[in-house]
Write a protein that binds this ligand. Structure first.
Ligand code: 5RP
Length: 220
């Protein structure tokens, strides 16, 4: 069994009737949305909010009821993937380019359940280059300022073109090497004017579910 699918299906078990559910983005979240879609068909009564256009489209296809953000009083649980998880549950996210919407939804969720395969667990963050969402205007200046923090930022290119986020921005993928103080780095990056948000999620996760190739899962 696919390890991502195993973690995702375990997470879906925590979703109960009448919950407002945040839908993550990426290949692991895909399986969670699929499972929730199947449960909705079987009578599960939830309302959802998506962290990207692609997850929103998938939810619509599967018949998962979506609510406008303006109507949300509280999000009970968000299920989302990650690119790296350290021992303190700090995360790097944004490999799929959805980090801004993911962080907005996560920040308003009572529970942020992170679903990963075992390859995403690390002692220290930083092997995965940190995605930073930056506005297009003056991006050359923003990159220079990111460089002063000790990284080598590269505008993400997909199909020979700069990748544009759902919010109309660029992603700069930043190689900081091992990140010794993720909280400090998070704050320093977000002080740069052209930065919209960065992919460090500091102490936001409330549960981590790790899936393994044999279909087993570990909840931590
Ligand atoms: C998207 C994300 C994803 O959750 C992260 O990249 C993990 O993706 P996948 O589940 O495909 O490995 O942060 O912005």
């Amino acid at each position: 069994m696919n390890s991502k699918k195993a973690a995702a299906e375990k997470a879906a078990e925590y979703v109960r009737d009448h919950m407002v559910v945040g839908l993550g983005t990426g290949s692991t979240s895909y399986w969670a949305i699929q499972k929730l879609g199947a449960k909705v068909k079987d009578g599960l009564n939830i309302r959802a909010v998506a962290t990207s256009v692609s997850s929103e489209n998938l939810a619509k296809e599967l018949g998962i009821p979506l609510i406008p953000i303006s109507e949300i009083e509280q999000i009970d649980i968000t299920i989302d993937g990650a690119d790296e998880v350290d021992g303190e549950w700090n995360l790097i996210k944004g490999g799929g380019g959805a980090l801004l919407r993911e962080k907005i939804i996560a920040s308003f969720s009572k529970e942020l359940m992170i679903i990963v395969d075992e390859s995403k667990q690390v002692n220290r963050l930083g092997k995965f280059h940190l995605p930073v969402e930056i506005v297009r205007f003056g991006n050359e200046i923003t990159l220079k300022q990111l460089r002063t923090l000790g990284c080598d930022p590269k505008i993400r290119i997909v199909d020979h073109k700069p990748f544009i986020t759902d919010n109309g921005n660029y992603i700069a993928d930043c190689d900081f090497g091992t990140i010794e103080r993720p909280g400090q780095l998070h704050n320093a990056i977000n002080m740069i004017p052209g930065v919209v948000e960065n992919g460090l999620f500091i102490k936001m996760a409330t549960k981590v579910i790790v899936g393994f190739e044999d279909g087993s899962v570990k909840e931590i």
